[in-house]
Design a protein around this ligand. Structure first.
Ligand code: SF4
Length: 339
């Protein structure tokens, strides 16, 4: 058993108030990049799992068991249809053995609102899909939504933010594009380019809406940077960015149990069917990716932004150029200054 897993198991045995404090402290260390280069992860802290895809899923309970064995602190379940939904209670029964904090990310498909009425001890995040006009479709009591600002949906971002600002919702998540799912669905990844990201952020700023007391979580550094100007901290709004955690604090599991460093970095590390998550995390392939993700890309050499962005999304860089030495394609290169 690796020491990180031992730590996770010990944390699980702590009384809840201490456990929550410990989880928050460790997650903050990971997310704020404390000793980022030195932190070792023999197991991921967060596991993101696409439970189903177009009505398909692997041996769900077995995958859930393998994830629970790794004692992650956070598990994100992504359900996209009736197949995933029908497995939810079985998955939660397996996961609760490790007592992670579970969030369930659901699309607004027929029957999905039913899950929120079952009293599961999870946080629900509702994926509002490609367009605004989502409020009437959300179940009663919904608190958090997500919207993926990809090349197809980006123009909808101002409307989504305006609708969110006007609602009783407390959190809007703007995650990065899921490359593994996009590649499986259509053979390409709809990554938005910086010009369009900036235009969308400017359109959001022009709305002059207030997000007082609400939380806007933009995962992409460059989008976060653009939006942070529109929602300054003085208003009490919170925008967060965490550096690339692919293959370190974060693991992604696809609907067949394939393990990846992140859903935005489609390099398959191994199948949970044949190995444990700990074995996959100990593999040389994972070690090489971590080394590459942590290294400063050659393309960022001399850039004054690097200390803030850490090279941005390493998955998007790899996808666009086929190498980790490239810059994130969303990087506004003309803004570079010498360090
Ligand atoms: S590759 Fe890194 S920066 Fe990109 S989405 Fe994954 S964790 Fe985030």
């Amino acid at each position: 058993m690796g020491w990180k897993r031992t730590e996770n198991v010990l944390a699980a045995a702590l009384p809840r108030p201490f456990r929550v404090k410990w989880i928050n402290l460790r997650a903050r260390c990971a997310e704020e990049g404390v000793e980022r280069e030195k932190m070792e992860f023999t197991l991921p802290i967060r596991v993101r799992w696409d439970v189903d895809f177009r009505g398909r899923s692997g041996r769900v309970k077995r995958i859930a068991r393998k994830i629970a064995e790794a004692s992650p602190l956070f598990v994100e379940l992504h359900l996209s249809g009736a197949r995933g939904l029908s497995e939810l209670s079985g998955i939660l029964a397996e996961l609760q053995k490790a007592q992670p904090r579970v969030s369930v990310h659901l699309g607004l498909f027929p029957g999905s609102a039913e899950a929120a009425r079952n009293g599961y001890p999870v946080d629900f995040v509702w994926d509002v899909g490609p367009a605004a006009g989502f409020l009437p479709k959300l179940p009663q009591g919904a608190a958090a939504i997500s919207f993926v600002p990809d090349a197809d949906n980006l123009d909808e971002l101002p409307e989504v933010v305006a609708e969110f600002a006007d609602s009783g919702l407390s959190a809007l998540h703007l995650p990065n594009v899921n490359a593994v799912r996009s590649l499986a669905a259509r053979g390409l990844v709809p990554v938005p380019e910086i010009g369009r990201l900036r235009a969308a952020a400017e359109a959001v700023a022009a709305l002059k809406v207030s997000l007082g007391g609400k939380r806007l979580v933009a995962h992409d550094f460059f989008l976060w940077k653009s939006l942070s100007g529109a929602f300054p901290g003085a208003t009490g709004d919170r925008l967060e960015f965490s550096g690339c955690q692919a293959g370190t604090a974060l693991a992604y599991v696809d609907w067949e149990g394939g393990v990846y460093p992140c859903d935005s970095l489609p390099i398959r590390l191994g199948p949970l069917d044949e190995s444990s998550l700990e074995e996959i995390w100990a593999s040389p392939a994972r070690g090489r990716i971590v080394e590459a993700v942590r290294a400063a890309p050659g393309a960022c050499d001399g850039c004054g932004e690097y200390l803030g962005c850490h090279g941005g999304c390493r998955g998007m860089a790899y996808l666009s150029a086929g190498t980790f030495d490239a810059a994130d394609p969303a990087c506004p290169e003309e803004g570079r200054t010498r360090r």
